[in-house]
Design a protein around this ligand. Sequence first.
Ligand code: CP3
Length: 350
Amino acid sequence: MSENNLFLKAIHKKPVERTPVWIMRQAGRYLPEYRALREKYDFLTVCKTPELAAEVTLQPIKRFGFDAAILFSDILVVPEAMGQTLEFMPDHGPKLTPPIRSAEQVERLTTAEIVDKLQYVAQAIKVIRNELDENTALIGFSGSPFTLAAYMIEGKPTRHFKHIKGMMYREPQILEALLQKLTDGIVEYLQMQIRAGVQAVQVFDTWGSVLPLHLYEPFSARYMKEIAYKLQKNGVPVILFGMGGIDHLIQLGDSLAQALGVDWQTDMEQAIRLLHPEYALQGNLDPTVLYGSKETITREVERILKIFGKQNGHIFNLGHGIHPDVPLENVEHLVQEVRRISAELRKADD
Ligand code: CP3
């Protein structure tokens, strides 16, 4: 590990001179250089062309000097590699066809070709690692089994999740077969990313939050924990991120992950009390604070950093992805303030 890689030090709960910072969805539409590239190429072309994916991954690093880069791709390339057709509809979000609704369809999906079909991801990782300073960590990722299953079964973004939840209540064994297949495929996919050079992996469970608490463990958390368990032997830290507040988060508290992502609705003090220092914690500024004034951004950054004080094991991030229309200068201000305030807090006398 490079001595100056603050992200890796923090995830291993080692002392740092300031808190590392990166932002979920840091490569994307809020950046003019991203929008310019997207005028020439559609989203999936960028994902599937290693040089373009690498360029976009590095855009926010060049502009803001984040302490970690996250591979540019999408969670939905996995269902595509398993046999569904993936399209991104302008203004309507992703579409997967045909939606998975039966045991036969689950049976036909295959994880056998994930590593082959997603070689473009491994290639992108190699290009990025070549260009990235060793002080900046490279994070790989996957969607969680439940979140991927939600898109695969619903077929498109939805508010009520009636197809996946209907299946869970009507024919849970079909959903369980899909979740297990996804878990096996995700482990292989993340191992491929690790072999290609990522230094940490994050599992995004955006939709586990639509499960009632007593069903979060059996239908989402347990599969995320299986992924963390199976990735242990690679020696690469795992971050589990979900939405749903502290009650959902503590369900991940018996995992072998190194870090937990704290969503913006969760009280960081409570998260620390219940999960730290066993886990490094990542988060959790409300993404809409970036629509506020500079003073508000400073105040909110300071509030979160002060909860940790001098404790090790904090990675600063938003509590969910950045919105595409936030002012760039506010992002710049956020990064500056995390650096300034966290360094001052560490230097201060007790
Ligand atoms: O964080 C990063 O910068 C890395 C890249 C990344 C993207 N998507 C790029 C992207 C990551 C880690 C994701 C994860 C992802 N994708 C999640 C889980 C995390 C989360 O934020 O909730 C989910 C649910 C998806 C599925 C997805 N991809 C949706 C619903 C959409 C459309 C909505 C939207 O924001 O446009 C996407 C498209 C997408 N993925 C874009 C980007 C930059 C926008 C594509 C474009 O129009 O250029």
